[in-house]
Write a protein that binds this ligand. Structure first.
Ligand SMILES: [Zn+2]
Length: 240
């Protein structure tokens, strides 16, 4: 009986100890985000990577669920509500560049817009969130894990040009402040937005579409999340 009780207490503790990540699929069918150099909507890239991060997170012992995977979630406020019961919200996106950098080429006999000027990942946190510190800790951990896996931050969002000028929160790990991003400032948990790569860049678009690269990105993101969420637990003795 005593052994049974002990096992029960252990099981209950491990259920309680599991951090859950809400993985938000950026954009929706009617407004699918950036269009890649070969004409593919960002929403499709976001769905593929979000699924991969979901399974990598489960593999690390994290709980995880997807928001907006069906492409029907048009209200940003619904995303914050959908993630309210998680411990963390990760919004998954793929990047473009400012419109004046775009050039035209022809792919499959269709004129398409591209820019090979920038490549790499970026991470964003909002100072208007009630959870700036834990958000930044996780953004830095994700950036560090991506770098360790061989990926590089794009860094161009800090450039002093119209539409950018997003100051660094952690330059080495590619983290910027983007205070007015609605999904970040309305999130009811610590939250980070990931731009996994620049899909208007012709080479990076192909890399990101390869399954092996997508798995490496997802694994690194899950490593970073696991590291920062368990670190927070160790520091405070319990999840915030
Ligand atoms: Zn996006």
């Amino acid at each position: 009986m005593r052994i049974f009780l002990f096992a029960f207490v252990l099981a209950a503790a491990s259920v309680q100890a599991r951090d859950t990540v809400a993985i938000d699929v950026g954009h929706y069918l009617e407004e699918p985000g950036a269009i890649s150099a070969r004409g593919r909507p960002e929403l499709e890239f976001n769905r593929e990577l979000a699924l991969e991060i979901d399974s990598a997170a489960l593999g690390k012992g994290l709980g995880s669920f997807l928001i907006g995977f069906d492409g029907l979630m048009s209200k940003l406020s619904s995303r914050a509500a959908a993630g309210a019961n998680a411990d963390f919200l990760l919004s998954v996106h793929h990047d473009s560049v400012q419109p004046h950098f775009l050039e035209t080429w022809e792919y499959d006999s269709v004129p398409r817009l591209f820019s090979d000027r920038y490549a790499g990942f970026s991470l964003f946190v909002s100072r208007k969130s009630a959870f700036v510190r834990p958000s930044l800790a996780c953004a830095s951990a994700i950036g560090a894990a991506l770098r360790h896996a061989g990926f590089s931050p794009s860094l161009y969002h800090a450039d002093r040009i119209p539409g950018e000028s997003k100051p660094f929160a952690d330059k080495a790990n590619g983290v910027h402040y983007y205070d007015n991003l609605i999904v970040l400032k309305t999130a009811r948990t610590p939250a980070v937005l990931l731009e996994a790569g620049v899909i208007v860049n012709r080479d990076e678009e192909l890399e990101i579409q390869s399954e092996s690269v997508r798995k490496r990105i997802a694994e690194a993101v899950a490593v970073g999340l696991h590291r920062c969420l368990s670190g927070r637990r160790t520091r405070t003795g319990t999840a915030e």
